[in-house]
Design a protein around this ligand. Structure first.
Ligand code: NAD
Length: 504
């Protein structure tokens, strides 16, 4: 987190009224209206009020964007630019994002309901860090020379796949975009990216900063609009070579169909989760565990694919852990996302809030006890606020333990033996993340090894950082990873060049 001084809510509201928002599609280096001329309203989830209208792209706009991206790919202006120059442009872009973090964070907060205390000091610097990290790798990736027989030379090189499509969710709009843009652009591809329709604005401004940094026209294209039209057109486009998707498992599956039914484009899917947090009976530092448990489930209003939504806790320490988590909730102020003290802002939409509250009701009907939260609050604001909610007495076969709620709802499940804890942890269709708390090195190693999850945190909740890959097992992912050098694999093709060398 950078050390940023965020002004108060009144000053931020004044700044918000002066924002000059980018609301058109960004195609071929220019902001343009949708071909249909249509626009859709984007609302502030903290007030329920529409505050901007965004160009509503459609298949025709995807065609235009892909044509621009293909032209840029074929010209070699980006893919054949010296990697050092590409690196310099992307680093300049990252610097511009960081320099404009106040404005971008404000846009993100207005559009998504995320607290300003997260968007300015965390989301935007992380977005910049991601782009910078991949940029720095651009001129450090070597090919290989194979041990081929005498009289031959065989090189194995990585080339950009060409035109990449990306479709991303609304929970971390800028960061999720960067997780695709960073590796795809650093490896020399061009891209057509669609933000979630609820959160288009930060990415449009970030694209403009990309042009300012020197990214050539057509290399980066943004087409806002609905998933069912723009998203599907990207998934099915015959001239897109790879598609990277982050979102729900249900929509992710569709991208495999789209690929199979079009041009067999590569598909990378980062999907949902129902991640366990296991607490073993030998733990002692209850306050620290509670802080981590709360962060894992309540950060970003629980709208987090790797949210630790199941607390699987040993019977002997359950009461103490739950007490400590409830005490920790005092630190999780719910309210105006423009107030720097707020830790929990608004959920993304009325429909999503209603879905989250329906799950709480389903939990009650299944026999769980609501021991914190559970109802909408701050209704007078017009916004969609749900406080940290804890369901105790959950059994793993209940829907609230099996299905992704994607809100601030923690399901508490007891266990007695290590084997039972592991069986419960692995017994969902998902496998994105997991965390475990113990002082016993043997338990830590055994359980970390046996958890079916792409990221395991021991004695803390963390996804690691840009140096480590992020992806899921089972229904949580497919086809590759975001972050780290491994993210470059899905945006590059391996090519063998086999050369016969004539004898002297
Ligand atoms: P979503 O699947 O509804 O939407 C994701 C994106 O797909 C959006 O841009 C949307 O417009 C588009 N889309 C929707 N329907 C489409 C269709 N029929 N064809 C093509 N595109 C379509 O997901 P969401 O509600 O935006 O985000 C929440 C989900 O994302 C959760 O399941 C969460 O776990 C997951 N997520 C996963 C990760 C990860 O890295 N694993 C990260 C963040 C979010």
């Amino acid at each position: 987190m950078t050390d940023t001084l965020i002004p108060g809510a009144d000053e931020l509201r004044a700044r918000a009224s002066r924002l000059d928002l980018r609301t058109q599609a960004f195609i071929g280096g220019r902001f343009v209206d949708a071909a249909s001329g249509r626009r859709f309203a984007t609302e502030n989830p903290a007030t329920g009020q529409a505050f901007a209208e965004v160009a509503e792209g459609g298949p025709e706009d995807v065609d235009r964007a892909v044509a621009a991206a293909r032209k840029a790919a074929d010209s070699g202006a980006w893919s054949r630019m010296s990697p050092g120059d590409r690196k310099r442009i992307l680093i300049r872009w990252a610097d511009l994002i960081e320099a404009n973090a106040d404005e971008l964070g404000l846009i993100e907060t207005l559009d998504s309901g995320k607290p300003i205390g997260d968007t300015v000091p965390l989301d935007m610097p992380e977005t910049a860090t991601c782009i910078r990290w991949h940029a720095e790798a651009a001129d450090k990736l070597y090919g290989q020379v194979a041990p081929s027989p005498e009289g031959t030379v065989a090189t194995i090189v990585r080339e950009p796949v060409g035109v990449v499509g990306a479709v991303i969710p609304w929970n971390y709009p800028a960061q999720m975009a960067a997780w695709k843009l960073g590796p795809a652009l650093a490896t020399g591809n061009t891209i057509v990216i669609k933000p979630a329709s609820t959160t288009s604005l930060s990415l449009l401004r970030i694209a403009e900063l990309g042009a300012e940094a020197g990214i050539p026209d057509g290399v980066l294209n943004v087409v806002p609009g609905p998933g069912g039209t723009v998203g599907e057109a990207i998934g099915r486009h015959p001239d897109i070579d790879a598609v990277a998707f982050t979102g729900s498992t249900e929509v992710g599956r569709q991208f495999l169909h789209f690929s199979a039914e079009s041009n067999l484009k590569r598909v990378l899917l980062e999907l949902g989760g129902k991640s366990p947090q296991l607490v073993f009976p030998d733990v002692e530092d209850f306050a620290s565990i509670a802080a981590n448990v709360a962060l894992a489930i309540f950060w970003n209003m629980g709208e987090n694919c790797s949210a630790g939504s199941r607390l699987i806790v040993h019977r002997a320490v359950k009461d103490r852990v739950l007490e400590a988590v409830q005490a920790e909730l005092a630190a999780w102020a719910v309210g105006d996302p423009l107030d720097p003290a707020t830790k929990i802002g608004a959920l993304i939409s009325r429909g999503h809030m209603e879905r989250v509250l329906r799950y709480v009701q389903v939990g009650r009907e299944e026999g769980a006890r609501v021991v914190a939260g559970g109802e909408q609050i701050l209704e007078q604001t017009g916004g969609y606020f749900v406080p940290p909610t804890i369901l105790d007495g959950v059994r793993n076969e209940m829907r609230v333990a099996q299905e992704e709620i994607f809100g601030p709802v923690l399901s508490v499940i007891e266990f007695e033996t290590e084997a039972e804890a592991l069986a419960i942890a692995n017994d969902t269709p998902y496998g994105l993340a997991a965390s475990l708390y113990t002082q016993d090195l043997n338990v830590a190693h055994r359980v970390a090894r046996d958890l079916k999850a792409g990221v395991v945190g021991v004695n803390g909740y963390s996804e690691g950082d840009m140096t480590t890959p992020f992806g899921g097992y089972k229904l949580s992912g497919f086809g590759g990873h975001d972050k780290s050098i491994h993210a470059h694999d899905q945006y590059t093709e391996l090519k063998t060049v086999w050369i016969n060398v004539a004898a002297r």
